[in-house]
Ligand binder design. Structure first.
Ligand SMILES: NC(=O)c1ccc[n+]([C@@H]2O[C@H](COP(=O)([O-])OP(=O)(O)OC[C@H]3O[C@@H](n4cnc5c(N)ncnc54)[C@H](OP(=O)(O)O)[C@@H]3O)[C@@H](O)[C@H]2O)c1
Length: 259
């Protein structure tokens, strides 16, 4: 199966490209900048302008759409860019558009999530048969949050917020299953093997890095806080990934504590 992967240089894309290639998919990887390597064909295209998209989708059976821009021009790139991609894919006769979204986009009131939900709706209303996989947080993303939350010394955060980190390699494996299954025209969740409270995740992270810091509890107010504490970022869907937060920390920082 010939597959265009958007966002091939991102956190998920860097893991997905070699895995899918090794599973026998013929990949075309997309980036805004010229690239080579990884044993795949690279194309240059920009979702914000549409430049290069027609060439990128020409001759592929499926599109795996991972590209996203959470910090800037999110509406342009995630919502309108997804529409540009879907339309180009429709014109090219692509048979399946697989879109990666996030567990909780329909529950948790965050600006980025509103754009991701809108992008899901663009995919579902578009001209190409589709599948959506909503994943929970990647461990590297959770680490980024914890680093940001501890810039001032203590680890600041709402102790009762629930997270369910999932290994991006396992997300990539699930995406391969979806590609092979063909369009479901459904939204499916995929989460990590365990639900953790923020304070549990923070303590394990500090211990793995052999850092002693206090936790400074701050309750996130309003509906955002309520949804985050009620498990808005988690899912009971099966199958789940198997790699735990402790596995990620042990592989990153050494040691086996908590595994
Ligand atoms: N991070 C998480 O914890 C998490 C959890 C669940 C789901 N997801 C979803 O998984 C997907 C991948 O996330 P990630 O963390 O791997 O993202 P990332 O590391 O931020 O990578 C973003 C990718 O988007 C591409 N991109 C940005 N602007 C673009 C544009 N205008 N045109 C074309 N490509 C553009 C970038 O490619 P170039 O810079 O090479 O052009 C890059 O490869 C996203 O859809 C995200 O919402 C993420």
């Amino acid at each position: 199966m010939r597959v265009l992967v958007t966002g091939a240089t991102g956190r998920l894309g860097r893991v997905a490209v070699p895995r899918l290639r090794d599973e026998g998919f013929t990949l075309r990887a997309m980036s805004r900048g010229p690239r080579t390597g990884d044993g795949v064909e690279w194309v240059t295209a920009d979702l914000a302008t549409g430049a290069g998209l027609a060439e990128a989708v020409a001759g592929v059976d499926a599109v795996l759409h991972l590209a996203s821009s959470p910090q800037r021009r999110t509406h342009d790139i995630d919502v309108l860019g997804t529409r540009r991609l879907a339309v180009a894919a429709g014109h090219a006769g692509v048979r399946h558009l697989v879109f990666v979204s996030i567990v909780g986009v329909d529950r948790v009131p965050l600006g980025y999530y509103r754009h991701k939900l809108a992008a899901e709706q663009v995919v579902a209303a578009g001209p190409v048969a589709w599948s959506v996989l909503r994943a929970t947080q990647f461990p590297e993303f959770l680490e980024g949050l914890l680093s940001g939350a501890s810039r001032l010394g203590p680890v600041i955060g709402d102790r009762a917020v629930l997270a369910q980190p999932v290994d991006p390699g396992e997300v990539a494996d699930r995406l391969a299953v979806l590609l092979l299954a063909g369009p479901s025209n459904r939204v499916e969740d995929f989460g990590g093997p365990e639900v953790l409270r923020y304070d549990e995740a923070a303590r394990a992270w500090l211990a793995a890095r052999r850092v002693r810091r206090p936790l400074l509890p701050v309750r996130i107010p309003g509906r955002l806080g309520r949804e985050l504490r009620a498990g808005g970022l988690t899912t009971t869907a099966t199958p789940t990934g198997v790699r735990t937060w402790a596995d990620h920390l042990a592989d990153t920082y050494g040691g086996t504590a908590g595994r």
